[in-house]
Design a binder for this molecule. Structure first.
Ligand SMILES: *Cc1c(COP(=O)(O)O)cnc(C)c1O
Length: 387
């Protein structure tokens, strides 16, 4: 063979005797076929077959299968981010004239998707009280009800079974953003939800170094619809990102158990009826949806919030200065502990945190005693009742 040809045709390495515990990273755009007939019939391979790199390689499929198994679902698709997972469902399911319901406590970019993008395409949305009844809001236009439990930042736990029952009686689909719980602590599909979303960016990735999302379904037609929407929109993911997620998922159970226990101990220790703040954690008696959390969840993950009166904002710079352990930033679920000061969307209609300074806490893998000292210092600096 000419050198030029040798350059582009890699020889095969012997596989005999090679065995490893890892999943190879298969990169591909082109998928090759044995014959002209096989190529012509490639669509017969269905939504789960290999036809083009956009719909995934064996690396993607391993991650998809693993997440399906954790969720007890039939199929999963991997998309470039958690937000892409939410958008993909809404774009696949909703048509002009349809309506989607979103909880008031939804991840803010989900609300922005409805308000800024879907509304302009004649898909309207209604914001509902995450802990109130929804029957009266369901009409003939309603196609999808979105759940996020616990709610972003304010942590209200929703009654998923009750929402599913009301929706399915009217042929309305239900999607659930399950990022806080991960499939280890809550499995939405087992409670009847049609689409379970994870931001793999958080606990599954686990190291603050990747962006991915997943959608898991029970129904083959929903899977086909999602695959078709993804290829139409040109949405695929890199096997390298999937490979990082496959590494992260191996340690998720021990990471989550650790950060969940530490976060719950911190939430309990910080709770003090005399204090001028409120700790928002679903494991605390009196938390919105606490009884449902006990009924439905296997435990808590490592994220909770502390709500201070809005005047505490004047002390924020001082309180968050010179932190040695906690980093300041969004996203969470990595090895590093994070603090994120937030004010909830000022268009929230329900709940009483509209005029609060919320400090979102994400617990990482640093030493518990050291973390406690720093967190306690931040909270007492923000607490006006301590003056
Ligand atoms: C982070 C997050 C998302 C979005 O995930 P990205 O991968 O960052 O796009 C969606 N929902 C919830 C609840 C999140 O916390």
């Amino acid at each position: 063979m000419h050198d030029h040809t040798i350059c582009v045709q890699h020889p095969e390495a012997p596989m005999a005797g090679y065995a490893s515990l890892t999943t190879p990273t298969h990169r591909a755009s082109t998928i090759v076929f044995d014959s002209a007939a096989a190529y012509a019939a490639r669509k017969d391979r269905g939504p789960d077959g290999y036809t083009y790199g956009l719909s995934g390689t064996p690396t993607t499929k391993v991650l998809e299968r693993q997440i399906s198994d954790l969720h007890r679902g039939s199929h999963t698709v991997i998309v470039p981010s958690g937000q892409a997972a939410i958008a993909m469902i809404m774009l696949a399911v909703l048509k002009p004239g349809d309506r989607v319901l979103i909880p008031d406590t939804v991840y803010p970019p989900t609300r922005a998707l409805c308000r800024n993008y879907l509304a302009a395409r004649r898909i309207d949305h209604v914001v509902y009280d995450p802990v109130g009844p929804i029957e009266d809001l369901l009409d003939s236009r309603t196609r999808l009800v979105w759940i996020e439990s616990p709610g972003s930042t304010t942590m209200e736990v929703q009654d998923v079974a009750a929402i599913v029952q009301a929706c399915h009686a009217r042929n309305i689909l239900v999607g659930c953003d399950n990022t806080w719980a991960t499939p280890l602590l809550f499995k939405p599909l087992l409670h009847g939800v049609d689409f379970a979303v994870e931001a793999l960016t958080k606990y599954i990735g686990g190291h603050s170094d990747l962006l991915l999302g997943s959608i898991t379904v029970r129904d083959k037609d929903h899977f086909a619809l999602l695959r078709e929407t993804m290829s139409t929109l040109g949405i695929g993911v890199s096997p390298d990102e999937c490979s990082l997620a496959l590494r992260g998922i191996e340690t998720m159970a021990v990471r989550l158990r650790h950060v969940g226990a530490v976060a719950q101990r911190f939430a309990e220790r910080l709770s003090d009826p005399q204090a001028g703040y409120t700790v928002l954690h679903p494991a605390l008696p009196g938390a919105a949806g606490h009884e449902i959390w006990k009924r439905d969840f296997e435990g808590a993950s490592g994220v909770f919030s502390v709500a201070f009166p809005v005047q505490a904002a004047t002390r924020l710079d001082e309180a968050l200065q010179g932190l040695a352990l906690f980093a300041i930033g969004a996203s969470w679920g990595g090895t590093r502990s994070l603090l994120a000061p937030m004010s909830v969307e000022n268009d929230r209609h329900f709940g009483s945190y509209g005029k609060s300074l919320l400090l979102r806490v994400s617990i990482g893998l640093e030493d518990e005693a050291e973390l406690w000292l720093e967190l306690q210092r931040v909270v007492s600096l923000l607490d006006s009742s301590a003056e």
